[in-house]
Write a protein that binds this ligand. Sequence first.
Ligand SMILES: O=P(O)(O)OC[C@H]1O[C@H](OP(=O)(O)OP(=O)(O)O)[C@H](O)[C@@H]1O
Ligand SMILES: Nc1ncnc2[nH]cnc12
Length: 229
Amino acid sequence: MRPCLKPSSQIITFNSVVCEENLKSGKNSLHSKLIMILTWNRLTLLTLLTLLTLLTLLTPKYFARGKCRFFFETSEESDENTDICPLLADPVAFSTVIDLFAEHVKTLGSVDLVMGLEARGFLFGPVLAQRLGVGFVPVRKKGKLPGATVLASYSLEYGKDEMEIQADAIQPGQRVVIVDDIIATGGTLEAACKLVKQMQGEVIQCLVVILLSGLQTCQIDKVFHLLEL
Ligand SMILES: O=P(O)(O)OC[C@H]1O[C@H](OP(=O)(O)OP(=O)(O)O)[C@H](O)[C@@H]1O
Ligand SMILES: Nc1ncnc2[nH]cnc12
């Protein structure tokens, strides 16, 4: 019998301690209830506010804006070789660039075509065209496109180049958005604008991820950039 008694008496002692404490606090039960309710309400409010702030900060737009700045502003690369690869490697940052382009374009009225410039304009242009639900037209370096083409010559930071578009790629009156990764001198985009006008299309906007400030020698109208470095 002895071994059985010891544990059961311990349980009774434990329960009675709990009951005793409950009784003590019962004296101020109304007061404690009030404090509990107030504390709970304050905690709930604080938790909700924190959650709301976190949700805002974690939206892709805020998150990727930060990422874009981080990638480019802390880049050890010189201006001569601004690197967009980290941006492409981050799905949130990349899709945010497309979101921001698309949001902007939607404020400009109807769009018929997205035109991308070889090579890095091809990374953003087709994705944007899909997002907008319109066709994509590639502008390539001379000699790459099949069939009849229209040619434009242009100057770069170092040297000259030539670009081509297929002769039937743009119909007169079509509203075109041109996409590239970077503006340095602006020579490439200026030539692309000339091609569109030559084909009697209308350039409604030139979109670039990065504008390299201080290098621009060509005047381009209607440029929208996300970052200026
Ligand atoms: O404003 P600009 O002085 O004209 O320079 C910008 C252009 O230069 C780069 O292309 P690049 O000609 O080096 O060709 P790539 O994209 O094939 O590398 C860049 O992708 C832009 O298209
Ligand atoms: N500084 C630069 N960095 C990357 N691409 C460029 N294209 C022209 N200038 C450039």
